[in-house]
Design a protein. Structure first.
Length: 472
């Protein structure tokens, strides 16, 4: 039934036009390793073109038949049952011959198109996919095990893709259209979503989803993956528990948010934690957590709530810790002020390629806020606020590693002094191209937060971990 079907008077099967993958430019062809033709799409959806033609016909008949206004008033289970009844009736009227399994698949797909996320559903169901990148209706990429792959998933057209984008962002009260073509949102499970629509996106709507695993990662998982050594994991646990102020630094896709989630796992259950994010994605397990989210301006350009507004308001909410999902602007000043005025154990992430660069970026962001403070004053504030910088990196093979655990020691003249407790040293690669390396202790046995660890009775455990790391 779902083989190729001739069209018109043609007797030969006609295949639907497939997306054209442009050839690499001449310079790439001569680049040596990795310059061959791109690999074929990964087969995620094995259904034929004939299936999609039948599905489109039935879907269009469903839209002409169903009352969407009344459907919206039903709960999800009742709406799916209503859609299934109507689709079964349409299949019967149009004399479509298919097996029970094929019909059940068709019913499921059409329900997903009307009520869910359509072709994205099989990708969202897979827990091994880290990112989903939709570049228009015909090109969908995924990231698996650190590698980006083209799939054969496709949308009916750009209109269907745009409808799904609207459905995603409307769940949290946001919108994406020509007047507001850029939108950050999230899925119900916390997965981060970014949409950029035409006319800014020339080839159709572009949707990027940073997926969260169903099983929330813990520090023991990072240790099992080789992202950090057992001794380093122990030290990070102590840092998170004894209320050191932590800045997590790294590039895009390096695992900063995952690491921040793991670090918050060491917060005591009786502490009041307030989180501030652009799109709420942190998954804290403590019982006393207040989650705050920024708000974009409305159609009239008013009503915007910025990250800085949230961080300022946090100080009036009697927080014991403040967690900022990502520091990217003038809110850096308010976060440092909070860290320095009794909210020990606060944490945040920012984009930087090294601990030293992270400090420079913090200084630049404070300057962006219009504060005409001397450079030395800003650095004194940084030194008085930040205790530890944890650097995450994504290596060339796609693996993610914690490359530095660095303390901020003090100020010498105009220079901020730091010391590394752990560094990751790359030693080569194996026969499969995977990067090999090891986490090394720098030999420091009495870090600057030693007194804080002793205050919380964790100094013996800290000493054992540092000595064990130095001995390996």
């Amino acid at each position: 039934m779902f083989g190729k079907r001739p069209s018109g008077n043609d007797t030969a099967p006609r295949e639907r036009a497939k997306p054209v993958v442009p050839p690499p430019p001449p310079a790439m062809k001569q680049a040596g390793k990795g310059a061959e033709a791109p690999p074929p799409p990964v087969v995620v959806d094995s259904r034929s073109d004939q299936y999609y033609e039948i599905k489109t016909t039935i879907f269009n008949a469903l839209i002409d038949t169903i009352d969407l206004a009344q459907l919206a008033q039903l709960d999800a289970a009742s709406a799916r049952e209503e859609i299934r009844d109507i689709v079964n009736e349409i299949i019967s009227i149009k004399n479509v011959v298919m097996s029970i399994a094929e019909q059940e698949q068709l019913l499921q797909d059409i329900c997903n198109d009307v009520l869910g996320y359509g072709p994205l559903e099989p990708l969202l169901a897979r827990d091994d996919i880290a990112d989903i990148m939709v570049n228009g209706a015909e090109r969908v990429f995924i990231e698996v095990a650190g590698k980006v792959q083209l799939t054969n998933i496709r949308f009916r057209d750009n209109a269907q893709l745009m409808n799904i984008c609207q459905r995603i962002v409307s769940q949290i009260g946001r919108r994406v259209d020509e007047s507001s073509p850029i939108c950050d949102a999230r899925l119900p499970d916390g997965s981060r979503v970014n949409v950029i629509a035409p006319p800014l996106s020339i080839d159709g709507p572009t949707l990027t989803i940073r997926k969260f695993k169903k099983d929330k990662l813990k520090m023991s998982d990072l240790q099992r993956f080789g992202s950090i050594s057992p001794e380093g994991a122990t030290v990070l646990g102590i840092i998170g528990n004894v209320r050191c102020n932590v800045l997590i630094s790294g590039g895009t896709g390096s695992g900063k948010t995952t690491l921040l989630n793991c670090m918050t796992g060491f917060i005591d259950l009786d502490e009041r934690v307030v989180t501030c994010e652009d799109a709420a994605e942190l998954q804290l397990q403590q019982p006393h957590v207040v989650r705050l989210e920024t708000r974009p301006p409305n159609l009239e350009g008013t009503g915007e709530i910025t990250m800085r507004d949230l961080v300022k308001n946090c100080l009036r909410m009697r927080p014991e810790r403040i967690i900022v999902g990502e520091v990217r602007g003038p809110e850096a000043f308010d976060l440092l002020q909070a860290m320095n005025t009794g909210h020990d154990g606060s944490m945040g992430t920012l984009h930087a390629n090294s601990p030293r660069e992270a400090l420079q970026r913090i200084e630049s962001m404070i300057t962006m806020g219009g504060y005409s403070l001397p450079s030395k004053t800003i650095r004194e504030m940084v030194v008085g606020s930040i205790d530890v910088i944890v650097q995450a990196a994504r290596l060339r093979d796609g693996s993610r590693r914690i490359t530095h655990i660095t303390e901020v020691i003090g100020l010498e003249g105009d220079v901020i002094i730091t010391q590394d407790l752990f560094v990751y040293e790359i030693t080569g690669e194996d026969e499969t191209g995977r990067v090999k390396g090891r986490h090394m202790s720098t030999g420091i046995s009495r870090p600057a937060f030693w007194e804080r660890a002793r205050y919380y009775n964790r100094e013996a455990e800290l000493l054992d971990a540092l000595e064990a790391a130095a001995a390996t």
